[in-house]
Design a protein around this ligand. Structure first.
Ligand SMILES: [Zn+2]
Length: 372
């Protein structure tokens, strides 16, 4: 959708709930949306949350069925789940999409096919997907095929922080990387007069939510990571979760993406990098963006210190790249040029600009490495 030239646009998930034990609200919230709920998740997530979610649904006279996610989010896998959902003639009117990335995206795709309402139940804060209307299809070779859109954002996002605090540390660090870039990518989109994902201009609301997202990440990440060791969601963990799941999701859809996400087109061309998570890729991409914004050495030193404190990658070695040779950097820079987000920058860029920035980043981070 593209609004007229001067129209601002804002959209978000309809309702958001977050806190310890929030999973027990599943039945009450599901009952407000439909009569035939279908849980979409893999077997591990099913084991984590089905007992509580199904009991909660039963209290509201809702029988909770399960469609098992067995692999990547592919058109074929979604077709199988949709056929299963329709097999016994029941009309599924609510999809409960649960998991990290795959379960949530598969559930979105199934809900779109069935024309059902959507309740999202994330089990980690590893990315900005839960509140958004976007999801990604992969092909049978695990390659990204297309970015898809739901007709509307999720009806409910339900975040039980007792579940999230038990997720692996790397997932939370990835979520920090994915959320950290939002303020700076949004700022570049605003500078370039770009459109957001609702087809309109940026709002004050989007900008202020991005500012709050950045502030919370920088203030609370280290303490929130500490909560993982205790297994209990602390106040810092609650604030960081809101930043990574709610604020980050609203920020990117309502602001737009820029260079940090552009580089995710180039990085997977170096095979071992695909083993690291999305948030590590965009975190690295944000450092490249900062260099292309001509940030000061003092500013960069602050970023390196923060990245190292939370465990984000500051250079290609941190992303599992076999080397940081001129050839590796050239391949990544060339791949990055295919990104549609490049137009959201204050000036046009070439592959040579990315080569220069990535080379400089290697140099700067190796210079400071001995200090840490
Ligand atoms: Zn992202």
């Amino acid at each position: 959708m593209n609004a007229a030239a001067n129209v601002r646009a804002f959209g978000s998930a309809h309702r958001y709930f977050q806190g310890p034990g929030a999973l027990a609200m599943t039945g009450e919230l599901a009952a407000s949306l439909g009569r035939e709920p279908l849980l979409i998740c893999d077997a591990i997530v099913h084991g984590l949350l089905f007992p509580v979610a199904s009991r909660s649904c039963a209290e509201h006279d809702l029988p909770l069925r399960w469609g098992e996610v067995r692999g990547d989010v592919t058109r074929r896998a979604v077709r199988v789940l949709v056929d299963e959902a329709r097999a016994d003639g029941r009309h599924v009117d609510l999809v409960i999409a649960a998991g990290g990335g795959k379960g949530v995206d598969t559930g979105k795709a199934v809900a779109r096919e069935l024309g059902a309402r959507l309740l999202v139940l994330p089990t980690s804060a590893s990315n900005d997907g839960p509140c958004s209307k976007s999801f990604v299809f992969y092909d049978d070779q695990h390659r990204m095929e297309s970015v898809e859109q739901m007709p509307r954002n999720p009806d409910v996002v339900l975040v039980d922080t007792e579940l999230l605090v038990k997720a692996p540390r790397a997932l939370l660090v990835s979520g920090i990387g994915d959320a950290l870039c939002k303020l700076y990518e949004g700022a570049q989109t605003r500078l370039a007069g770009g459109r957001n994902l609702f087809g309109g201009l940026n709002t004050i609301a989007a900008e202020q939510i991005s500012v709050a997202c950045d502030r919370v990440i920088r203030a609370d990440s280290v303490a929130a990571l500490g909560a993982l060791d205790t297994g209990r969601p602390s106040a810092a963990f609650e604030r960081l979760t809101e930043a990574l799941v709610l604020l980050s999701g609203i920020a990117f859809e309502n602001s737009g993406l820029s260079l940090a996400h552009s580089i995710t087109r180039g990085l997977p061309l170096i095979a071992p990098i695909t083993q690291t998570l999305h948030g590590f890729h965009v975190g690295y991409g944000l450092l490249v963006q900062f260099l292309l914004e001509n940030r000061s050495d003092a500013f960069m030193a602050e970023q390196f210190a923060f990245y190292r404190a939370v465990g984000l990658a500051v250079n290609l070695r941190g992303l599992n790249a076999p080397d940081a040779s001129a050839e590796t950097i050239r391949v990544i820079a060339d791949g990055t040029m295919a990104s549609p987000h490049l137009k959201h920058f204050e000036r046009p860029l070439t592959a040579a600009d990315f080569v220069a920035a990535m080379t400089r980043l290697e140099h700067l981070t190796h210079l400071t490495e001995d200090l840490h």
